[in-house]
Design a binder for this molecule. Structure first.
Ligand SMILES: NC(=O)c1ccc[n+]([C@@H]2O[C@H](COP(=O)([O-])OP(=O)(O)OC[C@H]3O[C@@H](n4cnc5c(N)ncnc54)[C@H](O)[C@@H]3O)[C@@H](O)[C@H]2O)c1
Ligand SMILES: O=C(O)[C@H](O)[C@H](O)COP(=O)(O)O
Length: 380
């Protein structure tokens, strides 16, 4: 039964918002950017993704006592303000890490195909080995890709990692053939990540190297990146989205509109994690009736050839999430059109499912079948 005494304002990009949250109170859904002081003034809970700045300007004078974020990045949340004002805050850490890891692995296989190299001959540098970075590392290891890892804050907490894994300093990590960044965007503290790959650091990059940013705009210095000669730039996260830097955009071999974490599983995990926390906070039992709204399993994937495992995997990854389609969807030489398409496409992003939801028709290669199982696919 709906509790009409409570009001919950929710970003309308939170999937199944009405179905999941409506038994807890009156649900008001709004585009994240349209959530303002007026719309939250008399509400009890606010549930955002990344497009709402949560701070004193938004919440001063409101009745909000719970803020939930169904995404991971925290750079849009003034957590100190929330603590000081006794507002309960919860964010769905880890909810989309597998989605981003699958995006990166898909990108790697696409690059290998395009530039005709063998991934097992390359090194992959992972900067930031948290939920996302660790999953990329685990998958890369299964696929025989050599990794260099960099995460000074994690090493301080777990010094034993140096001995057991390929942890290196940033300069060494920047020698990898392919470098991918997965730190949060932070400007303070002992290890700020803003401008981590600075103009100076970019001078170390050689023309055979590939740079990927699916973390946040600003971790790699964009102004210097535009003028850095690389083999390819892959960019999912940008400064000033959706008004992204035109020259950097044109330099990108693959440019996607901040969708690496947008699998259906990731979005649903973000929503349900916040939902469970809100139920706990309000001391209300959870319900799962809304789950009947989830779409059916995707169709079975068939692989057209198995002579090359790398090519077969590229085909399969592309069939689960077509990253070239995401790039093409926003491509435009007219920067204004690009900016418009950017936000529109990500807000209406086509549903895709993670590997563990996918069924593959058993191939005639036992090695490929084993690898697919280890990567989470079901063979039928
Ligand atoms: N493109 C997308 O759709 C998408 C999706 C999810 C997350 N993200 C971004 O990726 C970031 C990472 O996500 P996560 O779930 O792995 O977060 P996480 O907190 O689990 O991991 C971040 C890791 O980065 C490390 N780190 C912090 N500062 C560092 C520094 N200066 N140098 C090296 N390592 C550093 C931390 O120690 C931690 O291990 C998020 O904060 C978010 O901004 C983007
Ligand atoms: O930080 C995160 O979790 C991701 O960047 C997330 O995918 C972004 O959320 P969105 O912009 O879709 O609201």
């Amino acid at each position: 039964m709906t509790n009409h005494s409570k009001t919950i304002v929710i970003d309308d990009a939170v999937p199944y918002a009405e179905a999941i949250f409506s038994h807890l109170g009156k649900v008001i859904t709004l585009p994240g950017k349209s959530i303002n002081a007026q719309t939250v003034k008399n509400a009890d809970a606010l549930i955002v993704r990344s497009r709402t700045q949560v701070n004193a300007d938004l919440l001063d004078g409101s009745t909000i006592s719970f803020v939930g974020s169904t995404v991971v990045g925290l750079d849009h949340i003034d957590q100190e303000y929330l603590t000081n004002n006794n507002i309960h805050f919860y964010s769905a850490q880890g909810c989309n890490s597998n989605s981003v890891a699958e995006y990166i692995i898909t990108v790697l296989f696409e690059l290998a195909e395009k530039f005709d190299f063998n991934l097992t001959d390359k090194t992959l540098g992972i900067i930031g080995v948290g939920n996302v970075g660790q999953k990329i590392y685990n998958k890369a290891k299964l696929l025989g890709i050599t990794c260099l890892l960099n995460d000074p804050p994690r090493l301080e907490k777990e010094p034993g990692l140096v001995a057991s894994d390929n942890y290196v300093d940033l300069n060494q990590c920047l020698t990898a053939d392919i470098i991918t960044v997965h730190t949060p965007l932070t400007r303070n503290g002992k290890h700020p990540s803003y401008n981590l790959i600075s103009a100076d650091k970019l001078k170390q990059i050689k023309p055979h190297q590939i740079l990927i940013n699916a973390a946040r705009g600003g971790v790699i210095n964009e102004e210097a990146w535009v003028n850095t000669n690389t083999k390819a730039n892959i960019i999912d996260c940008w400064k000033n989205e959706p008004e992204i830097n035109e020259s950097l955009y044109q330099s990108a071999y693959l440019a996607t509109p901040h969708i690496a974490g947008h699998s259906l599983e990731a979005k649903v995990a973000g929503s349900t994690m916040v939902y469970e926390e809100l139920c706990k906070t309000w001391n209300i039992s959870t319900q799962n009736d809304w789950m009947k709204e989830l779409p059916e399993q995707p169709n079975i994937i068939t692989v057209s050839q198995t002579n090359s495992i790398q090519k077969a995997l590229n085909e399969i990854f592309n069939k689960t999430h077509d990253i070239n389609r995401d790039d093409a969807a926003i491509r435009s030489d007219d920067i204004q059109k690009l900016h418009n398409k950017y936000e529109k496409y990500r807000r209406n992003f086509p549903i895709y499912r993670e590997w563990d939801q996918q069924r593959i028709k058993k191939t005639n290669s036992q090695k490929l079948n084993n690898l697919l199982k280890k990567l989470g696919f079901t063979l039928v």
